[in-house]
Design a protein around this ligand. Structure first.
Ligand code: ATP
Ligand code: MG
Length: 361
């Protein structure tokens, strides 16, 4: 996929502008605090409807203004598309090829993989960050999964309310229970299958780009125990059994004890949990390899190459690692937007960023 043009209005400190991009490497360079990350965020915002910096979308609106918006033209392997994301009165509006759409329909149309300094949180932070991240990545190429997660989260709320209010003898509870198992098992099976493929791609990328002496593995740590090699039916049965076993405890506590809302994803480097053992540089390398594996995954599942965003490219690695990576990225047939405080010795289209103004050189 290639973004050829972006327009934005009232987006952070950026001066309202329209920009055209190269289908290869686009480098945004300039001093600290000028708007490089903001432009990458605007690209991510128009592509995914979200920010990679904040959950409070309202923060993306320029100080003193009440609304913001971005418009982009991109091409996938089939044709040219136009997308718009607007934020007004605290609400987002999405439009795809001139028609208003829901977020569910909008998400995943343009595929973007981003690598930002905050991404080490995927390894370091709590399991819900990893669940959100991996679920979002799966949904990039599987829109049904997005619906499945939404439905499950809704059922989880209902089920917990029944448990808390002790109204589980109600007939309706059994209906919700059956749905809860169905959607929960579907999520677990989808995550399991996804991680199986992703883990091998991750390991290959890590070996190729960083260290071919170390083995990197991603493990789906399911709250039901080992579900490796289990079919969807078998996972449903296991889930049901575990709920029967936990039921009295659940009534006592007033919430559900097993299910996809309790699962985790763990990175193991040479058989040690990366969270507590890997170095800072290794963690950054793991995440970079993960992002490269995400690209492979989208290519595999959708036959499309996503757009890659890399913020602060020079801040992660030592010079030899950095230039090895840049050389690798230059060779890949992929559109990249990256920011740096200075120009880099690579072939790229360069954009100078100063005070929210972007100048093509
Ligand atoms: N909603 C907003 N409205 C106006 N300005 C904002 C808003 N949010 C952030 N800014 C400002 O935008 C400026 C540029 O931020 P940005 O993160 O893009 O800088 P940068 O060029 O990436 O710098 P660095 O090299 O330090 O990462 C900052 O000074 C910040 O205070
Ligand atoms: Mg920045």
């Amino acid at each position: 996929m290639v973004i050829s043009e972006i327009n934005y209005i009232n987006f952070r400190n950026l001066l309202d502008f329209s920009l055209n991009f190269s289908p290869k490497i686009n480098l945004l360079y300039g001093k600290n605090g000028q708007g490089k990350t903001n432009l990458l965020e605007a690209l991510y915002f128009v592509g995914t409807g979200k920010s990679f910096k904040t959950k409070k979308a309202i923060e993306t609106i320029k100080y003193g203004k009440t609304k913001c918006g971005a418009f982009a033209t991109y091409k996938d392997s089939i044709s040219e598309k136009k997308i718009i994301v607007k934020l007004l009165d605290g609400k987002k509006e999405f439009s795809y090829n001139g028609k208003k759409t829901s977020y569910d329909e909008f998400y995943g149309k343009l595929n973007i993989v981003s690598y930002i300094p905050e991404d080490v949180a995927i390894i370091n932070n709590s399991p819900n960050i990893r669940r959100d991240f991996f679920d979002g990545e799966i949904a990039q190429s599987d829109p049904d999964f997005f619906q499945c997660v939404k439905k499950f989260n809704h059922l989880l709320k209902i089920r917990n309310k029944y448990l808390k209010d002790k109204t589980y003898r109600n007939d309706e509870f059994q209906i919700y229970q059956a749905e809860f198992i169905k959607y929960g098992a579907k999520i677990m099976k989808t995550r399991l299958d996804y991680v199986k493929v992703l883990s091998s791609l991750l390991s290959l990328n890590y070996r190729k780009l960083f260290d071919n002496t170390k083995e990197l593995e991603l493990i789906y740590n399911c709250s039901l125990g080992s579900i490796k090699k289990k079919s969807l039916n078998e996972i449903e049965t296991l889930f049901k059994d575990s709920m029967n076993k936990n039921f009295y405890q659940e009534i006592k506590l007033g919430f559900s004890l097993a299910g996809p809302q309790k699962d985790d994803f763990l990175f193991f480097l040479n058989n040690y949990d990366a969270k507590g053992n890997a170095s800072q540089g290794e963690k950054k390398s793991i995440i970079f390899s993960l992002k490269m594996a995400e690209i492979d995954m989208i290519l595999r599942n959708k036959k499309e190459i996503p757009v890659l965003i890399i913020d602060d490219i020079t801040s992660y690695f030592d010079n030899s690692r950095l230039y090895r990576l840049l050389e690798y990225l230059e060779k890949r047939n992929i559109q990249i937007f990256m920011s740096s405080i200075e120009k880099l010795k690579i072939s790229s289209s360069n954009f100078y960023v100063e005070n929210g103004e972007i100048t093509y050189e």
